[in-house]
Ligand binder design. Structure first.
Ligand SMILES: CC(=O)SCCNC(=O)CCNC(=O)[C@H](O)C(C)(C)COP(=O)(O)OP(=O)(O)OC[C@H]1O[C@@H](n2cnc3c(N)ncnc32)[C@H](O)[C@@H]1OP(=O)(O)O
Ligand SMILES: O=C(O)CCC(=O)C(=O)O
Length: 403
């Protein structure tokens, strides 16, 4: 008889073998940016206490670094950054800086571990944000800023904003120069408008690795085409060891790659290890939702309420015998629980199951009539039937407590 895998994960055997991308030799580190890009979602405000609480949960989750805010943004944000820096977390605290030395000074004064120097590289960004700066001036400025930050003892993550629309030859030239300068600890590849395909990310990472073979890489993708997770995975496969993502995919416009999606795809489908406490994912998702005011869709991957809920009769008939018939991994791995709902799509197997769960007995010849009534109620109410509604129905049908 077929045996489920002992680790509670059952991916497709058509997936490439887990050592294809060196998964067994690489640990992928999560550089979470919920508190910076997450807060950039229009209308979201997270105050100092909210940020400190989320940072504490991220630390417990096991992320490598926490991008705590944009240092120039406000006094409140600087207070939050300062509180996070001084909280004694294991995770490192970094901040986003513009290409301005005054931002680097602020980061230094706050005691941040590192800076992400955001310096737009594509022609469109440079034209409208950096007064049309030339390639030569861009290079000089980038080298000057990274040197300035390095001399202050900061970890330097250089971020050529809008990387995926950069001129490829200039991007390679920049990477070569930064790499040679020894002033950069990591390069962040940014798909600012979410406009890249996974193949493009693979190409960019491959080019960058050729131009600066020793430069550690971070991948930061937006979700405007629903590709943020796929693009992040492509970046990791091609050689990025750091993932910049957010809880619940919170972030500008359509958001960022969701930490929970990326981590579970890496762990379950690709065989990488992230070192995260996966069973915290549901709890941190809920808290970030509460503190940001942005709800988690019920069908959100990994952390949604419906991620491990089953209603359709044919599915439930399988799940009750072997959950892997409808699930790729066990819900408890991510702090979720499985639930069977009774509703419009249920069958008799679900009726028997619900009776058992509620500790009730009903003669089998009444099950079909009960199911018919369940379907009427569900159809009228446009939802599944609650346990209380079911208990009332069972009373009407003369069900008794099981012995
Ligand atoms: C999309 C991203 O994820 S990047 C991160 C963006 N995050 C944020 O903007 C959040 C926090 N921002 C803020 O609180 C404010 O924008 C502040 C305090 C940083 C700056 O406010 P202000 O000084 O009033 O400037 P404002 O935001 O209106 O405009 C930004 C200016 O910086 C320029 N700029 C934009 N990006 C950069 C950069 N990376 N480096 C240097 N200058 C930049 C813009 O072109 C604009 O210049 P202009 O005034 O000549 O048009
Ligand atoms: O330049 C950066 O690293 C920040 C920009 C960003 O978050 C983005 O473009 O998506």
């Amino acid at each position: 008889m077929i045996q489920p895998p002992a680790n509670g994960m059952w991916p497709s055997p058509f997936n490439p073998a887990s050592d294809t991308w060196g998964a067994s030799e690489r640990t992928i580190r999560i550089a979470d940016c919920t508190l910076r890009d997450g807060e950039q979602q229009a209308g979201v405000v997270m105050d100092r206490d909210a940020k400190l609480e989320i940072a504490g949960m991220l630390d417990e989750l096991g992320v490598y670094d926490i991008e705590a805010g944009t240092v120039a943004s406000s006094e409140e944000d600087r207070a939050a950054i300062s509180a996070i820096v001084n909280a004694g977390f294991k995770a490192k605290t970094s901040v986003l800086c513009r290409g301005l030395t005054k931002d680097i000074d602020l980061a230094h004064e706050l005691g941040a571990w590192g800076v992400r120097l955001s310096f737009p590289i594509s022609e469109v960004e440079r034209t409208y944000k950096l007064k049309g700066i030339s390639n030569a001036d861009y290079l000089e400025k980038a080298l000057g800023l990274t040197r300035y930050a390095k001399d202050k003892g900061l970890a330097v993550i250089f971020s050529p904003y809008d990387t995926t629309r950069a001129d490829p030859a200039f991007l390679e030239e920049l990477v070569g120069a930064l790499s040679e300068s020894g002033t950069v600890d990591r390069l962040r590849i940014v798909d600012t408008t979410g406009c890249a395909l996974p193949e493009a990310i693979t190409d960019i990472v491959t080019r960058i690795r050729k131009a600066g073979p020793d430069l550690p890489l971070e991948i930061h993708c937006h979700n405007d085409f629903g590709l943020a997770c796929a693009n992040t995975l492509a970046g990791v496969r091609a050689g990025a060891d750091y993932v910049s993502s957010t809880i619940n995919g919170l972030g500008e416009r359509c958001g960022n790659a969701a930490t929970e999606d990326v981590v579970m795809a890496l762990e379950v489908l690709e065989g990488y290890r992230t070192g995260l406490k996966l069973d915290m994912l549901r709890a941190i998702s809920r808290r970030v939702s509460e503190l940001s005011g942005i709800p988690v869709p019920v069908n959100k991957a990994v952390v949604g309420d419906n991620a491990f809920r089953h209603e359709a009769g044919m599915v439930v008939a399988g799940v009750l015998k072997e959950p892997f018939t409808a699930e790729a991994y066990k819900p408890e791995i991510v702090g979720q629980t499985r639930e069977i709902l009774l509703g419009k799509k249920s069958g008799l197997v679900s009726v028997a199951h619900k009776l058992e769960v509620l500790g009730m007995q009903l003669p089998e010849d009444k099950h079909q009539a009960l199911l018919d009534e369940v379907k009427v109620i569900a159809t009228q109410k446009h939802r599944a039937v609650t346990n209380n509604e079911l208990k009332d129905l069972l009373a009407q049908f003369g069900a008794v407590a099981a012995e």
